[in-house]
Design a protein around this ligand. Structure first.
Ligand SMILES: Cc1cc2nc3c(=O)[nH]c(=O)nc-3n(C[C@H](O)[C@H](O)[C@H](O)COP(=O)(O)O)c2cc1C
Length: 141
């Protein structure tokens, strides 16, 4: 049994209202609790980035379900790596908006805020980890 972290990015098919996001999170948390999955979902102007942590088989199966979800498209895996400890042990799925005021000392980050693109993370997966981990201690709702 291997504990892994899997990170992907995607784009909402339609803009998500706060109500849409709350409904999505409720669904995530009920399932993830049962599956022993933890993680963090970030959203900005239609752009999603999500970390899923748990047993490899469970996370892979969940990810293949998530990838088929019509609420988003262009689902692209950024990385998958074995982990010893979870980065988000407290969240069955944490959630945050990446706001204009969120600062991160990372090359190209302000361009990313202007125009979120998958390549920003696929070219350098450690950026995804840095961004997600900068929210590890908070959840918006
Ligand atoms: C951006 C995004 C992230 C999601 N994350 C999760 C998740 O972490 N856990 C989960 O169970 N479902 C997640 N879903 C929902 C799944 O795609 C799917 O709707 C859900 O697993 C179906 O659950 P059900 O079979 O219990 O109805 C996500 C969907 C989207 C669009």
């Amino acid at each position: 049994m291997t504990l892994i972290s899997l990170v992907y990015v995607s784009f909402a098919t339609r803009p998500m209202s706060e109500q849409d996001l709350r409904a999505l999170l409720e669904e995530c948390r009920t399932n993830n609790q049962r599956l022993g999955v933890t993680g963090m979902l970030l959203y900005r102007n239609g752009f999603f980035i999500q970390a899923l942590e748990g047993e490899e088989e469970v996370v892979e199966k969940l990810f293949s379900e998530i990838a088929k979800d019509p609420r988003h498209q262009d689902v692209l895996r950024v990385y998958k790596a074995p982990i010893v400890v979870r980065s988000f042990p407290n969240w069955t799925m944490g959630f945050n908006h990446i706001g204009d005021q969120h600062h991160l000392d990372m090359e190209g980050y302000s361009d990313f805020l202007e125009n979120p693109k998958a390549e920003y993370f696929t070219q350098q997966p450690s950026r995804a980890q840095m961004l997600l981990e900068s929210f590890r201690s908070e959840t918006f709702f």
